[in-house]
Design a protein around this ligand. Structure first.
Ligand code: OGA
Ligand code: MN
Length: 277
């Protein structure tokens, strides 16, 4: 087996795995090594992959149940096997949506507004702008660990109320029916027992605290958690497949290319997780 696990990419995590074709059946040893690398480094980059959406789905199935994409858009975007995320409008023209309060350009962890948020997300880079279009990851295990002990004590046991669109205010929230739900602000990683902050876009306020006070605490913690020393920026190359752990990372798309001009098309799979504790 030619699988090679590279060195850790940054303090925040990340590792490149080469010598494997994800379009082929995944043998148990390779699967075990990927799971181990994922647990230890939080996001894994597989360069040079040529996968159909069907093959991507088959690969993603190795890690659990695949979640269908609930969001709006064309039937093509909602395709159940692996869906498409892009900067294209319904006519296929590039558009800049980066200023939307619900955009991927804000720090978030996927579907945190769901009662059972996903374990991992994978993106396969199909079309990229000539440069830029990066994705940044912030390691929230590091963010938690770096908090003063006094803050750790103060936030222990707090629960974050998440609601889709919360940062956009009531009018945006009214666009969808997702009721507010809550999760622990300090999440225990189920595979390692380590604690991570759980927050980001769609985090609204803190259960049992005045709304503005909770929102201010969340903002302060988000600022802390996304300092440069906890962040890694992935510069995509066509064919990269990246899978990341939504339980201990925040991520965001970076608006560092001309979104109204160049196409950026990714195929996305989301694997179901467990109830945060
Ligand atoms: C996502 C996401 C960021 C990007 O797919 O969940 O946030 O860089 N993507 O496309
Ligand atoms: Mn996302």
């Amino acid at each position: 087996m030619g699988l090679v696990v590279g060195p850790r990419l940054s303090a925040a995590g990340g590792v490149v795995i080469s010598g494997i074709d994800l379009a082929e059946h995944l043998v148990p040893e390779a699967r075990a090594r990927i799971i181990e690398a994922f647990r230890d480094h939080h996001f894994v980059v597989f360069p040079g992959q040529a996968l159909t959406r069907e093959r991507q789905y088959q690969y993603a199935r190795n890690f659990g149940e695949i979640e269908p994409h609930g969001g709006g858009g064309s039937p093509d975007k909602r395709y159940a096997v692996a869906h498409v995320i892009s900067n294209l409008d319904k006519d296929g023209n590039p558009v800049d949506r980066s200023s939307s309060p619900v955009s991927n350009y804000r720090w978030h962890t996927d579907k945190s507004y769901h009662p059972v948020p996903p374990l991992l997300t994978m993106l396969h880079a199909v079309e990229l702008p000539p440069s830029g279009g990066d994705t940044e990851f912030a390691n929230t295990l590091m963010g938690y660990a770096a908090l003063p002990e006094e803050t750790k004590r103060r936030i222990a046991g707090l629960r974050v109320v998440f609601c889709w669109g919360a940062s956009g205010g009531k009018s945006i929230m009214a666009m969808r029916e997702d009721p507010p739900i809550d999760h622990p602000l300090v999440r225990t990683h189920p595979d390692t027992g380590n604690k991570a902050l759980y927050l980001g876009n769609h985090a609204w306020h803190i259960r049992g605290m005045p709304e503005s006070e909770g929102a201010a605490l969340l903002e302060e913690l988000l600022e802390h958690a996304t300092q440069r020393q906890f962040v890694y920026a992935h510069r995509w190359r066509k064919g990269d497949l990246v899978m990341w752990d939504n339980r201990c990372l925040l991520h965001r798309a970076v608006a560092n290319y001309d979104m109204g001009k160049y196409r950026r098309v990714m195929h996305r799979s989301v694997v179901r997780g467990t109830v945060p504790f």
